[in-house]
Design a protein around this ligand. Structure first.
Ligand code: MN3
Length: 206
């Protein structure tokens, strides 16, 4: 994720039909090729006229929102956040179903959240409690785990907090398959989580 301008459309790390039946090929195709691509294109268009910002990574742009030119701040927050958040969301899923957290991540989860089962309950509550569009997040503050939710394309990285897992609950993430049944989408998503990858991000955050 240490790319800079022009930001690429990062390919899905699995085939478009790799997450069926929990997420249909149609959803993943629209979500990646249309929604994410739009954020990438918008971000690149925004930065096209600012050569001095073109060497900054996405993380740096998002962490320095307040020091960017005023005309860019909202656009980078929405579109830069859109790119960062989607890249994490897609990377945190895998066709290898029903994995569970292990090792140091599980130890931290048991200590800070209670258990894996408690994690599922609380993360579901965060995802369901996000009114309108946004994400549920698992964040690590120097190794200490916390569950939060944020609206729109806001991202914890803007506050210098390392996110290690997120769940997109914008309607575009599930509507084509689940219509208004966000709860069913959230429930099914847990079986897709790429816990080995989340563990890697967790260890980097400590
Ligand atoms: Mn989305």
């Amino acid at each position: 994720m240490k790319q800079h301008y022009p930001f690429p459309l990062v390919p899905l790390p699995y085939p478009y039909d790799g997450l069926t039946p929990e997420l249909s090929k149609e959803i993943l195709t629209f979500h990646h090729d249309k929604h994410l691509k739009t954020y990438v294109d918008n971000l690149n268009n925004l930065l096209a006229g600012y050569p001095d910002l073109q060497n900054l990574s996405l993380e740096d742009l998002l962490m320095q929102l307040d020091s960017l030119p005023k005309a860019l701040q909202t656009g980078v927050q929405n579109n830069g956040g859109g790119v960062y958040n989607h890249n994490l969301y897609f990377a945190c899923m895998t066709p290898e179903k029903n994995l569970k957290p292990e090792g140091e991540l599980l130890t931290a989860m048991n200590r800070d959240i209670g258990s894996y089962e408690e994690f599922v309950t609380k993360f579901t509550a965060a995802a369901m409690g996000q009114f309108g569009s946004g994400y549920a997040w698992l964040i690590s503050k120097n190794g200490s785990l916390q569950i939060i939710n944020l609206p729109n394309q806001n991202t914890p990285i803007a506050k210098g907090i390392k996110p290690i897992l997120n769940l997109d609950v914008w309607e575009h993430a599930y509507y084509l398959q689940y219509q208004n049944r966000r709860a069913e989408y959230v429930q099914n998503w847990f079986s897709l989580v790429n816990w080995p990858y989340v563990s890697e991000l967790y260890l980097q955050s400590c």
